[in-house]
Design a protein. Structure first.
Length: 167
């Protein structure tokens, strides 16, 4: 449960995220992709190399921290994230991987003087709140897709039965 004290601590880290968010997310991806190679296919490696993916995540984390008291203002950003996650078939069981790597990156990048136990606890609670929000929204999209005529859930094999040249 995210307490008022947790929210205050997360908001207090906003200046650090403004100046060092990309360094944090680059370190995060380094940890996660090295220790959990099974998630590598979920990430566009060209975007990793160019820095676009770490930049996008840094911006998302910053926006979340800035608006942690008013999550409703994050609707468009959350919608984009949910659609991307659903298109990649991100699963609820993958969220703990991200959470543990993010907390480790916070601790390692900010160091023990800034990333105190209280800061890590606050970010752990904040991450869990965000993960729960995304998992719930993604489940709604997965369920709606499965409920449509001809819809399905998860990966599905298709067979090409005919090719028709049209030009």
């Amino acid at each position: 449960m995210l307490s008022a004290q947790h929210r205050d601590i997360v908001k207090a880290t906003v200046p650090l995220l403004e100046t060092g968010g990309e360094a944090l997310t680059r370190h995060f991806y380094g940890i996660m992709l090295a220790e959990y190679p099974e998630v590598r296919p979920l990430f566009n490696q060209a975007h990793q190399a160019s820095g676009a993916q770490p930049r996008a995540l840094a911006n998302g984390i910053l926006q979340y921290a800035r608006h942690i008291d008013r999550l409703d203002t994050l609707g468009p950003l959350v919608g984009q994230i949910v659609q991307k996650h659903v298109s990649l078939q991100v699963l609820p069981e993958q969220y703990p991987i991200v959470g543990s790597c993010l907390l480790r990156a916070i601790r390692e990048v900010l160091g023990p003087d800034i990333a105190t136990d209280a800061v890590i606890e606050a970010w752990a609670a904040a991450y869990q709140q965000l993960a729960d929000l995304l998992i719930g929204a993604e489940e709604d999209v997965y369920a709606a897709a499965a409920a449509t005529p001809g819809g399905w859930r998860g990966a599905r094999r298709f067979e090409v039965v005919r090719k028709v040249p049209e030009s």
